[in-house]
Write a protein that binds this ligand. Structure first.
Ligand code: GCO
Length: 462
């Protein structure tokens, strides 16, 4: 009897593993046989580069600047080596110079975010100087034939909003909507592309699950609720702005980071279960919500949530896809840290804890195509202080985009992250994502050699 049960158990185990293995392959291309030297794009393709206010502007007083001063329970500083964003890349003052850099790249679009805490320093006060500042910057972009792409929320919010509980509370969504309406009222006649919220799943998981981002909490159920509220905020902002003057004319999208989570050991059921659960939380819950209007996360013992919002199914004119890499997860018996991230020796690392994996961008495009709206790659780029892998990264990831377009996916644009070196959140200034390096002592900007590959591809002459 025991033998029989063991036999069936083994057969069942093997069947599940074989099914998962075939159903969810980890795409790998043979790059030796692929020529990335001649990648051409449609002439209508949108080329851009991106930044976010807190990372480049300097002198922000918000939930992040507060977090930068603190440390974790174990005494470790919240930001690597206690770094603070400070004046960052001083983009607030140097934007005219930076617009010249954008021109030098030959791109036609610039994605940036407005800093909510500067525009609305108190709940009942809008700062006209800050509004005028962004207005001048938008005008200068337009004078230089660069189309502005404006992000309304990129990880930061004012401290007064934080004190109210930020996106932990559903009732705070209306406060965010009022801010968005104000900004839209000011600029919608001259800004064609709008991003509502940047990477809700990153805000929810890093802020409330891993504790790496503010508010540094570790509460998986709250993390799921914050994710639901952020997604609902996107849906409500979309519909509110669409009803305003210029609403029907402009394009409004959500920006979502897709990061595939794969089992480290493809024969190990627990690695499959943990990577499926993390994918379900981080990627699928949001995509399914936007597709069906139903938001659900069901991970026993971690997070359990069900929510319906029929307005979610038509809440995007385009999907903003951020893509950097994938992660391999290895299960471990610990409630505090149920998995570790692993890397293969043969993989090329970036300076961030992830590898170069161009195939992943193709897979991400494939997975979000289910939403049936145009896809804009709103962020993709490499942290590479030595500048030894930037060219390879650019060519591989853009090869993946060009292949996706050839295969019929509706990808309309690509924004390289980032225009210049900046404050990379919990990693501080050490991560060099810039096409232009920034010397933080002198604020001098210089084009990196590896970035020339991007300029060549944008020119469509590579
Ligand atoms: C994000 C943010 C950016 C980051 C970039 C590099 O994706 O986390 O949108 O602000 O700087 O992704 O990590």
């Amino acid at each position: 009897m025991i033998l029989k049960i063991s036999f069936y158990a083994i057969v069942l185990y093997l069947s599940v593993i074989v099914y998962c293995h075939l159903q969810y392959p980890e795409l790998r291309w043979n790059w030796e046989n692929i020529s990335t030297d001649k990648i051409l794009f449609p002439s209508t393709f949108i080329w851009g580069t991106a930044t976010a206010a807190h990372q480049v502007e300097g002198n922000c007083v918000n939930n992040w600047s507060e977090f930068e001063k603190g440390s974790k329970d174990d005494g470790q500083p919240n930001i690597k080596d206690n770094q603070q964003s400070g004046i960052a890349s001083d983009h607030w003052n140097r934007y005219p110079e930076d617009i010249k850099l954008i021109k030098e790249l030959g791109v036609s679009h610039y994605r940036f975010s407005v800093e909510w805490s500067k525009i609305q320093p108190a709940q009942d006060t809008f700062n006209q100087d800050a509004l005028d500042h962004y207005s001048r910057m938008i005008d200068m972009l337009l004078e230089n034939n660069i189309t502005p792409v404006l992000t309304l929320h990129h990880f930061t919010h004012p401290l007064w909003f934080d004190k109210l509980g930020a996106f932990e509370k559903e009732e705070n969504i209306s406060i965010f909507i009022s801010f968005c309406e104000k900004v839209f009222h000011e600029y919608s006649h001259k800004v064609e592309y709008w991003c509502t919220i940047n990477e809700p799943a990153v805000v929810a998981t890093q802020g409330y699950f891993s504790g790496m981002f503010p508010p540094g909490k570790k509460d998986s159920q709250l993390s799921a609720e914050v994710l639901k509220n952020l997604l609902d905020a996107h849906v409500q902002v979309y519909h509110s702005l669409k009803k305003m003057e210029n609403g029907p004319k402009v394009k409004i999208g959500l920006v979502k980071n897709i990061n595939q989570f794969e089992p480290w050991r493809r024969w190990h059921i627990l690695d499959w279960i943990i990577s499926k659960a993390v994918n379900h939380f981080f990627n699928d819950s949001a995509i399914d919500y936007l597709r069906t209007g139903i938001f659900k996360i069901r991970i026993p013992g971690l997070a359990w949530i069900y929510h319906e919002n029929p307005n979610a199914t038509n809440s995007m004119d385009y999907f903003g896809l951020n893509y950097y890499s994938h992660n391999h997860l290895k299960f471990q018996l610990s409630l505090k840290e149920p998995f570790t991230m692993e890397f293969r020796d043969e993989d090329t690392m970036t300076d961030m804890p992830y590898t170069i994996y161009g195939e992943g961008l193709y897979r991400a495009i494939e997975s979000v195509s289910a939403l049936d709206v145009p896809i804009m790659i709103t962020e993709n780029g490499i942290a590479d202080a030595e500048d030894s892998r930037r060219e390879l990264y650019i060519k591989r990831y853009l090869y993946a985009v060009s292949k996706a377009i050839k295969d019929g996916y509706d990808v309309i644009g690509y924004f390289y992250w980032s225009l210049m070196d900046n404050f990379e959140w919990a990693f501080g200034d050490d991560m060099k994502f810039g096409l232009f390096s920034v010397d933080f002592e002198t604020q001098e900007r210089s084009l990196r050699d590896g970035s020339k590959a991007y300029i060549q591809i944008v020119k469509n002459e590579n």
